[in-house]
Design a protein around this ligand. Structure first.
Ligand code: CP
Length: 318
């Protein structure tokens, strides 16, 4: 079956998921991201004309702080014109369908859509619908995928750990409802991480999660032992149906990342979180603000990775 993310030359046409994304494309994006960021300084991004004359439309049907803002910064650093559609004030509230909205934005000469939607598959639907010279980036769809988050997480891991082939990585928390976890697992296994662990109560794990190539733990003491990277996740309450946990306090008691638990990981382990964080639920403030946390650098690296994704797509017109 044709990979919906690739054009007829096998190049990236849309970024919809890390599942099925060829390892060479993943590595190219990480390498390209590094060219946009002055690693010595870690803050400066070069402004380049790679998207000059192109229009990037940020179409977010769900709230966002990090993804939407860093896409906007990244597009502007690439010299694109950026349009942020305010869905709350759009005609979606008057009953306009998603594809009718997209058609109208295409009529305004959109070249690239960055889409976040509560429905899994929304970005795929748009990618199938638009003309071949238009690119779609999935900025998070339901509980399905959040590929740029996973790629910026891979960039962060590579920045601090240099290689993937010798790592033990633990993903902790609400795996069941997390598009980030799904995208991280596909990216980590594609890039050759030999041991990916998930740590969660049974009620917050997808059935058959082991089929994704991960080791399953229900106990933090066992799961965190000797890991190089700890990736924490919040409870995705907005996607939960029914009570899957007694309480947030109970979750913290058994699955909260505290300094005592982090001490079970390797001494140089890094702590990551895609945000937004819920302090005192999945992570203790002492860890979130501690020396092993790389949570804010993740956000900064996200700008470079999103520049890399958009400039790669813009160079691949069929
Ligand atoms: N990580 C992430 O997707 O954060 P936002 O919801 O703030 O974009």
């Amino acid at each position: 079956m044709k990979n919906p993310q690739l054009n007829k030359h096998g190049e990236l046409q849309h970024l919809l998921s890390t599942e099925g994304l060829p390892v060479c494309i993943m590595r190219d994006i990480l390498d390209r991201a590094a060219t946009f960021l002055d690693e010595a300084d870690g803050r400066e991004f070069k402004k380049v004309p790679l998207l000059h004359g192109k229009s990037v439309f940020n179409v977010f049907f769900e709230n966002s702080t990090r993804t939407r803002t860093t896409f906007e910064i990244a597009a502007k650093k690439l010299s694109a014109d950026v349009v942020n559609l305010n869905i709350g004030q759009s005609s979606t509230s008057k009953g306009e369908t998603l594809l009718d909205t997209v058609d109208n934005l295409c009529a305004m000469h959109a070249d690239m859509f960055v889409v976040r939607h509560s429905s899994s598959g929304a970005a795929h639907l748009i990618a199938r619908h638009v003309a071949p010279d238009i690119h779609v980036i999935n900025a998070g769809d339901g509980r399905h995928a959040h590929p740029t988050q996973a790629l910026l997480d891979m960039y962060t891991i590579r920045h601090y750990k240099k290689e993937f082939h010798n790592l033990r990585v633990a993903i902790v928390g609400d795996i069941l409802h997390s598009r980030v976890a799904r995208s991280q697992i596909h990216a980590l296994t594609t890039l050759g991480v030999p041991e990916v662990r998930v740590i969660a109560p049974k009620t917050l794990l997808p059935s058959h999660v082991d089929k994704l190539g991960v080791q399953v733990y229900h106990d933090m003491t066992e799961g965190l032992k000797d890991v190089d990277v700890v990736m924490t996740l919040r409870l995705q309450n907005e996607r939960m149906q029914g009570a899957l946990l007694p309480s947030a306090q109970e979750f913290f008691k058994y699955y909260g990342l505290t300094q005592e638990r982090l001490a079970l990981a390797k001494p140089d382990a890094i702590v990551m979180h895609p945000g937004p964080m819920n302090r005192g639920v999945e992570i203790d403030s002492a860890v979130a603000d501690g020396p092993q946390a790389v949570i804010l650098p993740q956000v900064t690296f996200g700008i470079a990775v999103r520049m890399a994704v958009m400039s790669t797509l813009a160079g691949n017109n069929q």
